[in-house]
Unconditional design. Structure first.
Length: 368
C-alpha cells in the first residue's frame, strides 16, 4: 500500500503527527466539551476526526457526517441520518428495534449504495415535518443512553441555507438537550464559523471550545516521508523531500499527493531537477481540470491569478513590479480583483501574503 494516503483515514501508521490537536480533542470530548475545529480545507480536519475516533471507539459511539454541498435543511437532515446508519449504532443488534422505529418515524427509505454501505433517503410529504424529523434524530440518539461523539464536517454550510436563522436556533436547542452527546463542529470558512460561534446575538455564541488546525511542521513531515521510504527500502533524495515541502506550501493534502506520486514511481529520481521534469508532466496531466478557468474569470482576474501563481506568494500586490506583472493599474482595481479571487476561494491570505488555494493550479499556471 502507498503510505501517503490522499483519501480517507487508513490508520495511525499512515497519519502524520497532529499529537497536540489529537490530545486536545480527546481531552475535550472526555470532559463533555463541544468543539469547533477550524482550518483551511484539505489541511486534514476530517482525517484528524477519524484519528481521534479510533482512540475513542471503545468509550463512545462515534458518528461522522459531512454536509459539504448540502443546500438546505432537508439535505442536512438526510446526511445526518446517513451518518448514523453508517456508524456502530446501526450494527449493534440491541439497537435494531429502535433503529427500525427511528427510520420509520422520519419516513426514510433504505438501500445499499454502490460502495456497499447503507444509505437512506427521506421523502417529505409535508413541509412542516422538516424540523420534526430533525427532532426525531436527536431524540433517537438521546434514547440510546450511550455516550456519543457526533462530528458535523463543513458546518459553516448551514449559513448558506434559506431559513438559516431559525434552523441555527433549533440546532442549538437540540444540542443543549443532548446531554449524552459531544458535538464536533468542523469547518473551513473561518469568517462564517466566527459568525456562528463568536457573535453575541447568535445561538451558538461561545458554546464550544475552539481548536485550530494548522500546517504540520516541515521537520515533522520530512521525517514522516523519509520513514516510509526507508520502511519500503526505497531510496529517496533528501533534497527532493525538501522540494516537496516547499512546492506544497506544507498544505497537508498536497504534501500527501506529491509524496504519493513520488512513491509510486518505479525508478526514483536522483535529483530535484530530474524529479521536477517528472512532476511537470504530472501537473500538465491535470489540464482537464483547469483549462476552462479563463472563461470563468474576467481577463483582469485571470491575469492577477497567473501573476500570483508565478510569484508563489505575494505580500505587496500594490508594488509597482507586481502591478506590472499582473497588468493591473491602480490600487482600487487591484483591491477589487483580489477581493473577487478571495470570494471565489481561488486565493487565500496566509501570514500576510496571498497565494493560490489550489497548489496544483498554482503549478499548472506556472508551467503553461
Amino acid at each position: 500500500m502507498n503510505p501517503f494516503v490522499i483519501k480517507g483515514y487508513k490508520g495511525a501508521q499512515y497519519f502524520c503527527n497532529r499529537i497536540e490537536e489529537s490530545d486536545s480533542l480527546v481531552n475535550a470530548i472526555r470532559n463533555n466539551q463541544d468543539i469547533t475545529l477550524y482550518g483551511y480545507r484539505r489541511l486534514g480536519k476530517s482525517a484528524l476526526i477519524q484519528h481521534v475516533f479510533s482512540k475513542l471507539n471503545k468509550e463512545f459511539v462515534c458518528i461522522y457526517t459531512d454536509i459539504w454541498g448540502t443546500g438546505n435543511i432537508d439535505e442536512f437532515t438526510r446526511e445526518l441520518a446517513n451518518g448514523i446508519i453508517k456508524s456502530k449504532v446501526f450494527s449493534r443488534r440491541k439497537f435494531s428495534d429502535k433503529m427500525t422505529a427511528f427510520l420509520k418515524s422520519i419516513g426514510a427509505s433504505f438501500s445499499i449504495g454502490m460502495d456497499g454501505l447503507p444509505s437512506i433517503d427521506i421523502i417529505y410529504s409535508d413541509r412542516k415535518h422538516v424540523f420534526s424529523n430533525l427532532e426525531e434524530i436527536y431524540d433517537f440518539l438521546n434514547q440510546l443512553n450511550i455516550r456519543i461523539v457526533l462530528a458535523i464536517d463543513e458546518f459553516q454550510e448551514i449559513k448558506k441555507y434559506d431559513n438559516q436563522a431559525p434552523f441555527e436556533g433549533k440546532l442549538r436547542s437540540l444540542s443543549q438537550q443532548s446531554q449524552n452527546i459531544v458535538f464536533i463542529y468542523s469547518g473551513s470558512e473561518q469568517h462564517l464559523l466566527n459568525e456562528i460561534f463568536n457573535e453575541y446575538s447568535k445561538p451558538f455564541y461561545q458554546s464550544t471550545r475552539m481548536i485550530a488546525i494548522n500546517k504540520i511542521e516541515s521537520n515533522v513531515y520530512y521525517d514522516f516521508i523519509l520513514k516510509h521510504f526507508k520502511r519500503a527500502k526505497k531510496e529517496v533524495c533528501h533534497e527532493i523531500i525538501e522540494f516537496i515541502l516547499s512546492l506544497s506550501h506544507q498544505h497537508t493534502y498536497y504534501v500527501q499527493a506529491i509524496a504519493n506520486y513520488l512513491y509510486s514511481l518505479e525508478i526514483q529520481p536522483k535529483s530535484v531537477k530530474e524529479f521536477e521534469l517528472l512532476y511537470r508532466d504530472y501537473i500538465l496531466e491535470k489540464s482537464v481540470f483547469y483549462r476552462e478557468l479563463p472563461e470563468l474569470l474576467t481577463k483582469q482576474q485571470f491575469s492577477l491569478l497567473k501573476a500570483i501563481a508565478k510569484s508563489s506568494t505575494v505580500s505587496n500586490p500594490n508594488s509597482a513590479g507586481f502591478r506590472e506583472a499582473s497588468k493591473i493599474e491602480g490600487p482600487s482595481s487591484m483591491y477589487r480583483a483580489i477581493n473577487s479571487l478571495l470570494d471565489k476561494q481561488l486565493i487565500i491570505k496566509e501570514n500576510g501574503s496571498f497565494r493560490l488555494y489550489d497548489v496544483f493550479l498554482e503549478h499548472y499556471l506556472r508551467y503553461i
